[in-house]
Ligand binder design. Structure first.
Ligand SMILES: Nc1nc2c(ncn2[C@@H]2O[C@H](COP(=O)(O)OP(=O)(O)OP(=O)(O)O)[C@@H](O)[C@H]2O)c(=O)[nH]1
Length: 397
């Protein structure tokens, strides 16, 4: 064969092979990576997007405004959830009754002597000693014994039941159930015609439990759905304001205080009343220091506090806090306070730690004002409104 013809046939064969290979390659679907347009919107596969959302931090998914609102709502819910709900006043005396158990010794001692046959003078003296030891005071003790002498004769019985009933009646009468023991906590109208919260000034010697009592009363009021503001006018002891602030934060009650130690207590009391007015509160309670050693100084300080609190409406209540365990010494202090400022009610604290429940009678007689609350422990709700019959029942239990 002609060599030229052979070369031509080989060239055609090669051409056919190249064209065939190219055709096969196209058919096999080999893809070129797509070009990326950075301006084109990214389209996410729905599944991929869901996974991304689930794993991303919430802050990356929420617009800044929404995030703030969410945080605020969460904080509010958290605060409300952590706020304590104080116990209602009505159920407290029942719960705390056992704390007066040591006072119960008084009732048992009296009944023990009264149930003896033919009471001698020595028996009556024993009764008098028992009453005096319980701090009931000489005058009320003598009155009670005189009445009992007559009634024991008339009764003519040594049976425990009738004797107990008779003693109960006389003790309740001695505690005086007629006195108004309600806290003056109703809002009033100010002299300028503007609604004004009830204002309560709390006074007493340091250590008697004033600060704790202010906090405990605020819990009684919060349990009654009242809006309360506290004034930390015990500027003598910085820790007292801190203590009150802590108590307040537990129940969502605002505490007005001065950051300056030794600040003018009257100015703190004034600010507290103003805050209560501006916020439409029901009650403003003001804690004081009561550290002054002489009557003139005490009168000056408490007088000034009371005056500034009375600028737009008279002070509704002045409560004297008295430690029941301090006996005659406490009574002397009470008189000094009563001379310095007009007391309208008494809070008798630490009755849980004493057998001297008789002080209720003595202090009411001495000051002529009612015991309105009794402190029966260190717990936040261990303060109960004073109810004479319940108190006497606890003495006789
Ligand atoms: N057992 C008992 N302790 C009480 C009662 N009331 C108050 N206390 C305790 O008495 C102590 C003194 O209470 P505070 O409230 O700090 O006394 P205060 O009168 O404010 O004292 P100053 O701030 O120093 O003037 C605290 O340990 C209270 O827990 C009560 O009814 N029973």
């Amino acid at each position: 064969m002609d060599p030229n013809v052979t070369l031509a046939l080989i060239a055609v064969g090669l051409l056919v092979l190249v064209v065939g290979a190219a055709f096969l390659l196209r058919r096999s679907g080999t893809k070129t990576p797509p070009s990326i347009d950075p301006s084109a919107p990214e389209v996410l596969d729905p599944d991929t997007e869901a996974t991304a959302r689930a794993t991303a931090p919430e802050s990356e998914l929420t617009a800044p405004d929404d995030a703030e609102a969410l945080a605020e709502t969460e904080a509010l819910v958290a605060t409300e959830a952590t706020l304590e709900r104080p116990e209602r006043a009505g159920s407290r005396m029942q719960r705390l009754r056992a704390r007066l158990a040591r006072s119960g010794a008084l009732g048992q001692a009296l009944l023990g002597v009264l149930s003896r046959d033919h009471l001698s003078e020595a028996d009556w003296e024993e009764l008098e000693d028992t009453l005096l030891l319980a701090d009931i005071g000489l005058e009320p003790a003598t009155e009670l014994l005189d009445t009992l002498r007559t009634r024991v004769k008339v009764l003519g019985s040594t049976e425990a039941g009738p004797l107990r009933e008779m003693l109960r009646e006389e003790l309740v009468a001695l505690v005086n159930p007629e006195m108004d023991r309600s806290l003056a906590d109703a809002p009033v109208t100010g002299e300028d015609g503007v609604p004004h919260p009830a204002t309560v000034l709390v006074v007493g010697v340091n250590g008697t439990g004033k600060t704790t009592t202010v906090a405990k009363i605020s819990r009684v009021l919060v349990a009654e759905q009242k809006k309360v503001v506290l004034g930390a006018a015990d500027t003598f002891r910085a820790a007292a304001a801190d203590q009150l602030a802590t108590w307040g934060s537990r129940i969502g009650v605002e505490v007005i205080r001065s950051e300056k130690e030794g600040a003018d207590p009257a100015s703190v009391a004034f600010d507290a009343v103003r805050a209560g007015r501006e916020q439409g509160s029901d009650v403003v309670l003001v804690d004081t220091a009561g550290r002054l050693q002489n009557k003139a100084g005490l009168m000056d300080e408490l007088g000034k506090i009371k005056r500034v609190m009375s600028r737009t409406a008279p002070v509704s209540e002045v409560l004297l806090v008295l430690d029941a365990t301090t006996g005659q010494n406490g009574m002397r202090q009470a008189k000094v306070f009563a001379e310095a400022v007009d007391i309208t009610g008494i809070v008798l604290t630490k009755l849980d730690g004493t057998a001297k429940g008789g002080i209720v009678v003595a202090v009411q007689r001495e000051l002529g004002v009612p015991v309105k609350f009794v402190g029966l422990g260190e717990g936040p709700d261990d303060l109960a409104p004073f109810v004479p019959a319940e108190f006497v029942d606890a003495l006789l239990s």
